[in-house]
Design a protein around this ligand. Structure first.
Ligand code: 13P
Ligand code: SF4
Length: 413
């Protein structure tokens, strides 16, 4: 597996994404390697206790099957679409982050929710499930570099900057699901909502009914793409707040004039797709339709034929006629599975040098076996718990999202 995000420490701090450029120096936190040391405020860099079975152990599939059977209805396994095949085969449900949040909340009888995804998803599951239910992330180092780009203290500082500019009262925070519980808590406490790539349009429409401006965290690309392509705002209505610069690198006038204040964060996987790659695939594959995730840059989304969340990408391919050709710009595990499931369609990865999400891929069979066998023995390992006050505010923001009416999540540029 090539390394795509948090394994490359600087990547996590190169907020613009596509060009990989960073105008900041690495911090000691940026140099913290996955799985070494501990940074509880971070989405990564956390040790996992206990002995892992060897990856070469040929009995792993049987062991996982036996442990899952022994646990029966007491365990509910959720698998995000970007998970490895070896893990996804054990998921009771698969989905994008929105569907999985709903699914987690919909199984109150399970004692254990094993979340095969990343840290912020498991936190959301803990917030949405009953207090007696225990949420487990099989590898605690499965974080998200995008979520790490918005630290709670940075967001509090940003709010102070908005207050000093006299606009905090008319600004509604909207945070992407891909953020820590602390950021969701801040959002709930300040009258905002969570959104996912499935419902960002509805969330933004709701937010603009509550206030005049939106502070969108932490993915600048999802925020910009949704505001411009779905709400019809101008690019000039959007400014980018850089948490590493004094006052976000913005003047008061710029903040006052903006409708969308975009946090300077990005996905290290989707940020690697480029408009040149779209052009190249169109030259290479006649009649190809380009289908990308809205975490891609505005330039890429503008060049694509269709844009939507992972669930939308799956539905689009399922509904496509036999013989049609597709270049898909999202995580490789999902694209590979789609290609295997639809041999009657030509499905290619938008760009061969873009890799798996390194942190999603940390959940592997040895970690899943370790988790399930520990549960069979009555030991709960790698539990994710959110501090109750943070959880209460984050729940407010998540409940606002779950109450948003469903919308068709496509963007036609
Ligand atoms: P969705 O699951 O909302 O499509 O988001 C993709 C992603 O990057 C999850 O980490
Ligand atoms: Fe985070 Fe991107 Fe990986 Fe999703 S795909 S977990 S946003 S780094």
């Amino acid at each position: 597996m090539c390394v795509s995000n948090a394994d490359v420490s600087m990547n996590a701090y190169a907020p613009d994404g596509a060009d990989g450029s960073a105008d900041v120096s690495p911090t000691s936190r940026a140099l913290l390697l996955l799985g070494r040391g501990s940074d509880p405020g971070s989405e990564r860099g956390v040790d996992c206790p206990g002995e892992l079975p060897a990856a070469s152990d040929e009995t792993l599939v049987d062991r996982a099957r036996a442990a899952k059977a022994a646990l029966g209805d007491r365990v509910f396994i959720l698998g995000h679409h970007y998970q490895r095949d070896e893990v996804i085969q054990f998921a009771d449900v698969t989905g994008d982050s929105f569907k999985l949040a709903r699914d987690a909340a919909g199984r109150p009888e399970a004692d254990y929710i094993v979340f095969c995804g990343v840290h912020f998803m498991a936190e959301s599951a803990d917030i949405l499930t009953l207090p007696r239910q225990q949420v487990i992330l099989p590898d605690l180092a499965a974080g998200c570099s995008m979520a790490d780009m918005a630290r709670d203290t940075q967001v509090y500082d940003a709010w102070d900057v908005l207050s000093e500019a006299g606009i905090a009262d008319v600004t509604v925070p909207v945070t992407y699901m891909n953020s820590s519980a602390a950021i969701k808590g801040f959002t709930g406490e300040h009258g905002g909502t969570v959104c996912t790539s499935s419902n960002a349009e509805r969330a933004l429409r709701w937010a603009f009914e509550q206030g005049e401006k939106v502070l969108f965290l932490p993915d600048q690309h999802l925020g910009r793409n949704t505001a411009v392509l779905q709400l019809g705002l101008e690019l000039e209505d959007c400014v980018v707040y850089n948490p590493l610069k004094p006052n976000g690198g913005l003047t008061r006038e710029e903040l006052r004039a903006a409708k969308m204040i975009l946090w300077r964060g990005h996905c290290s996987v989707h940020g690697r797709f480029t408009a040149a790659q779209v052009e190249a695939v169109r030259a290479r594959v006649p009649g190809v339709q380009v289908l990308v995730h809205p975490e891609c840059t505005h330039e890429v989304v503008g060049q694509a034929d269709l844009v939507g969340s992972t669930e939308y990408i799956i539905r689009t391919i399922e509904a496509a006629p036999a013989g049609s050709s597709w270049a898909i710009g999202t995580e490789l595990n999902l694209v590979r599975r789609l290609a295997e499931a639809h041999p009657d369609k030509l499905i290619t990865f938008l760009e061969s040098t873009v890799c798996y999400c390194a942190t999603m891929n940390r959940i592997d069979l040895p970690h899943l076996v370790q988790t399930l066998e520990s549960l069979v023995r009555g030991e709960v390992v790698n539990q994710i718990t959110v501090e109750p006050t943070v959880a209460a505010h984050a729940r407010t923001a998540l409940d606002r999202m779950l109450a948003l009416p469903e919308l068709v999540p496509a963007v036609a540029p």
